[in-house]
Design a protein around this ligand. Structure first.
Ligand SMILES: *[C@@H]1O[C@H](CO)[C@@H](O)[C@H](O)[C@H]1NC(C)=O
Ligand SMILES: *[C@@H]1O[C@H](CO)[C@@H](O)[C@H](O)[C@H]1NC(C)=O
Ligand SMILES: *[C@@H]1O[C@H](CO)[C@@H](O)[C@H](O)[C@H]1NC(C)=O
Ligand SMILES: *[C@@H]1O[C@H](CO)[C@@H](O)[C@H](O)[C@H]1NC(C)=O
Length: 418
């Protein structure tokens, strides 16, 4: 198995280097003074206007002029505003929080000097920052190579290629690239037309510590996802997976954050098992992200495996949207077998990610992964609220990750989910 003597040794090492810090014993009232006008903008109303007539549309319409507040049901994916703001940046968090997200996400990757930073993937700097147009581009795992003779332009730049200080000189931009680019400058262009570059003007990239400080100052909750290393571990010969797992926890402890405000996540069961065993105060609220039904398994086999995770001490599972919802003979969205199995086992559920695939009907037309089990029942963009409704009231999820927090915040306020 994965948890061995070396992880115990690591645990001891970390405990000594972490020094005086101890897990706070009480949640406390840190920054509970923060007052905030939550603003949702025009999108919820636009979507309601696009719904089929019926009680849900009427109910949601009746909430349009209600005052709204922050809710943990609304989880800011990559900050919660990546439809318009560069992901995993201060600007995306700021906008997601303004739209009422009560839990903010940092996807965690490590740098060459083993500092933790927020990035959706350890190796996405070439599509989410301006690195290829800076001198740091030369340090990339694969520096920029122009398109030529029918071959696409290439680049691969990882957080582990550079130090934290170097990372902090980069500008966050909208995710995308131009495969036909013959220059590094042209390579940066490639934002899908349903997003915008309006705010892609050098967004602020963040270390995990900066993320914790910022979200703490807002008095909100945190979710850190341990992103799988894209380099062989142990990195540089002695940075182990267990050190990486522990370092994420230690940064919360050092910042004095009570574990009840922290929702750790990983797709790898052994990471969650590590936290359950070595940092149980944090482990008990950790989310096991379950994508095991994507092949060679099926959603049915993933559902069959839930018992194993439950017995191992996992309390929250995080499957993607399509695992939880299917369509009945009348075209209605209904909870899937996976969803009912998880509930029967007493597992809590969070799910991901809404608003990341562009206009719903367009996404469904392309067979988009996130809507793959509801393709048949989906006809208009306003159906997104039918999806949120079945997840909230029939499946009973704890919260929904979204790339545009206003939609989920609006629904949650209308139905009193806080
Ligand atoms: C993509 O790159 C090619 C070649 O450099 C350039 O001609 C084209 O304008 C670029 N596209 C965009 C959207 O910048
Ligand atoms: C890890 O290995 C590096 C050399 O790659 C060395 O400089 C460093 O002291 C080692 N750290 C520990 C904690 O063993
Ligand atoms: C179910 O769990 C078993 C045991 O951990 C594993 O071998 C198998 O790959 C899992 N199947 C799926 C679909 O996750
Ligand atoms: C959609 O409906 C068609 C026709 O009833 C059926 O053949 C197909 O399997 C359905 N697709 C999904 C994803 O349910």
């Amino acid at each position: 198995m994965y948890i061995t003597v070396s992880s115990l040794v690591t645990g001891i090492l970390v405990a000594t280097t972490a020094g005086v810090s101890a897990i706070p014993t009480k949640p406390g009232k840190r920054n509970s003074h923060v007052r905030r006008n939550v603003e949702l903008g025009p999108r919820p109303e636009y979507l309601i206007n696009d719904m089929d007539e019926g009680w849900l549309k009427n109910r949601l319409s009746s909430c349009l002029d209600k005052k709204v507040v922050t809710t943990k049901f609304s989880i800011g994916h990559r900050g919660g505003a990546c439809l318009q703001f560069p992901e995993e940046t201060l600007e995306s968090h700021t906008a997601g929080i303004r739209m009422g997200a009560g839990i903010e996400e940092c996807d965690v990757a490590f740098t060459k000097d083993r500092e933790l930073v927020c990035r959706h993937d350890q190796c996405d700097l070439h599509t989410t920052t301006n690195i290829v147009t800076t001198p740091l581009g030369a340090k990339c795992t694969t520096p920029f190579t122009p398109a030529s003779g029918g071959n696409a332009a290439t680049a691969k730049c990882c957080t582990s290629d550079i130090t934290l200080a170097e990372f902090k000189t980069l500008c966050g931009k909208m995710d995308g690239f131009n495969a036909s680019a013959t220059t590094p400058e042209d390579y940066l262009n490639g934002t899908p037309n349903w997003r915008t570059d309006l705010y892609s003007t050098c967004a602020t990239v963040l270390s995990h510590k900066e993320f914790i400080r910022f979200v703490d100052a807002q008095g909100l909750h945190f979710t850190s996802e341990l992103k799988q290393p894209r380099v062989p571990m142990p990195f540089q010969g002695n940075y182990t997976t267990q050190q990486y797992e522990q370092q994420i926890v230690d940064e919360y402890i050092e910042a004095g954050i009570h574990p009840s405000r922290v929702w750790l996540q990983s797709f790898v069961f052994e990471d969650v098992a590590y936290w359950l065993r070595h940092a149980p105060a944090f482990g008990k609220q950790a989310i096991f992200l379950d994508q095991s039904g994507d092949g060679p398994g099926t959603i049915e086999s993933a559902a069959a495996n839930l018992t194993f995770y439950k017995n191992a001490g996992v309390r929250i599972v995080g499957p993607p949207l399509p695992y939880l919802v299917s369509v009945d003979a009348k075209g209605k969205y209904v909870p899937s077998r996976y969803a009912t199995t998880a509930k029967k086992l007493g597992l809590d559920i969070i799910t991901w990610s809404l608003e990341r695939s562009g206009p719903l009907v367009q996404a469904v037309g392309k067979g988009d992964y996130y809507y793959s089990t509801i393709l048949n029942g989906t006809h208009r963009d306003g159906d997104i609220f039918r999806l949120v409704d079945v997840l909230a009231r029939r499946v009973g999820v704890l919260g929904i990750f979204s790339d545009w927090s206003a939609t989920v915040t609006f629904y949650a306020n209308c139905f009193g989910l806080f």
